[in-house]
Design a protein around this ligand. Structure first.
Ligand SMILES: *[C@@H]1O[C@H](CO)[C@@H](O)[C@H](O)[C@H]1NC(C)=O
Length: 387
């Protein structure tokens, strides 16, 4: 290769950024770079336009970043901020709305060209839908607030409806919202005008507290995995589509640590994710304090909660516990992988830290910590942008 070709290649060198939402009030951009000795993480940009406590981030394919603030400090309203993401890692604010129903904890984009997004409002007991065909003028097209006829099996946590996440089904015709308060997964058909029309929900056992869910598609089969925050269980279903909605057959139900797992008191499980190769389903558990690991700065040790890594049987969809590993600190509220599925970033709410764990894409096993950074504040969400 001649010198010019080398220069041209270097000019096209791709970048990997992580956007991190923290209760510090900042959305930070981390520059993730591979070095001879491992991976480096550095904060290269910070923005504070997403309300007081940014809680969730969704990156559109076109590079638009949607941020929501949970709104606890500006009750009963929160903020939504929409940014364009720049090649140098910085964010440019396109618009913000500060009278959003409180308790935004998750967003999902949908519709042609992802022209819309939905929000799950945990504290606000509802969902909303927004038109962002022009991201500089977002407009709410729908808001639903739910009442419970009576409290659930856990009267403290299930005193009201608490949608905790919004996800799209693999056919992109439905949106699902696990409702921690109502012990159902709300299901909406996406109408031609992009409004969300409720269809028959999925009921889970009383007291489960469904928080997050993830789909796997393996050959012609579709599976749904749910992590239940209150019961600290994982539920798995085969999914079939009917004339009027979706139907579910339970194929697995165990503790978050598998069949024989003993869950300590005070644990609240949080995130669940299916790896890009559909081979593993990984969930996180908060406050089990199961591990004592060497401190990342080399001084003493730190206590760590758990990631539980299940292998998905490729012919039945049934998960089987493969390993439990330290999450890298306390309260792994959310985690995500790169597109290849070879690196897992964990946002540690309790420790204000982001860690990167390597994943062997052949075996599906989670391995060592390959990077860490104290970002500050309670880390709520980390998303990847691989340019
Ligand atoms: C990211 O880090 C790499 C390696 O240190 C550096 O070359 C690059 O300029 C950084 N990017 C930004 C936008 O700071």
């Amino acid at each position: 290769m001649n010198a010019l070709a080398v220069l041209l290649l270097a000019g096209q060198a791709s970048a990997t950024y992580l956007y991190v939402a923290s209760y510090s009030g900042f959305v930070s951009t981390l520059n993730l770079t591979e070095t001879a000795s491992g991976i480096d993480l550095d904060i290269i940009a910070q923005d504070n336009n997403c309300g007081a406590i940014p809680s969730w981030l969704t990156l559109k394919d076109d590079g638009t970043l949607i941020c929501v603030d949970e709104g606890w400090r500006t009750w009963p309203r929160g903020t939504t901020a929409i940014y364009s993401t720049n090649d140098d890692g910085s964010l440019s604010l396109l618009s913000s709305v500060n009278d959003v129903l409180v308790g935004s904890v998750s967003t999902v984009v949908y519709g042609d060209d992802d022209s819309h997004f939905a929000i799950a409002h945990y504290a606000g007991s509802g969902i909303s839908a927004w038109d962002i065909a022009d991201p500089s003028v977002p407009s709410m097209i729908q808001q639903e607030i739910y009442d419970l006829e009576q409290p659930g099996a856990d009267p403290v946590r299930q005193e009201a409806a608490h949608p905790h996440e919004v996800i799209k089904d693999p056919t992109e015709t439905y949106i699902l919202a696990p409702d921690l308060g109502a012990d159902i997964v709300r299901i909406y058909s996406i109408a031609s005008d992009a409004t969300l029309e409720p269809v028959e929900p999925l009921e889970v056992p009383a007291g489960s507290g469904p928080r997050h869910a993830a789909f796997a598609v393996i050959d012609d089969a579709t599976y749904l995995y749910i992590v239940n925050e209150l019961a600290n269980t994982i539920l798995a279903y085969t999914v079939t589509y009917t004339e009027s909605g979706m139907s579910f057959d339970e194929i697995y139900h165990s503790s978050i640590y598998g069949e024989d797992g003993q869950v300590p008191d005070g644990v609240t499980s949080a995130e669940i994710l299916v790896t890009p190769d559909q081979k593993n389903v990984i969930l996180s558990s908060r406050m089990d304090k199961s591990f004592e690991i060497p401190a990342f700065d080399g001084d003493g040790s730190v206590t760590s909660d758990t990631l539980a890594n299940f292998a998905i049987d490729q012919s039945t969809g049934v998960p089987e516990l493969l390993q439990t590993v330290p999450a890298g600190g306390m309260q792994p509220r959310q985690f995500s992988t790169n597109a290849e599925g070879s690196l897992v970033t964990v946002g540690l709410q309790g420790d204000g830290r982001v860690v990167v764990i390597e994943r062997d894409v052949e075996t599906g096993m989670l391995g060592d910590f390959v990077a860490w950074l104290d970002v500050g504040g309670e880390i709520m969400c980390v998303v990847w942008n691989e340019l």
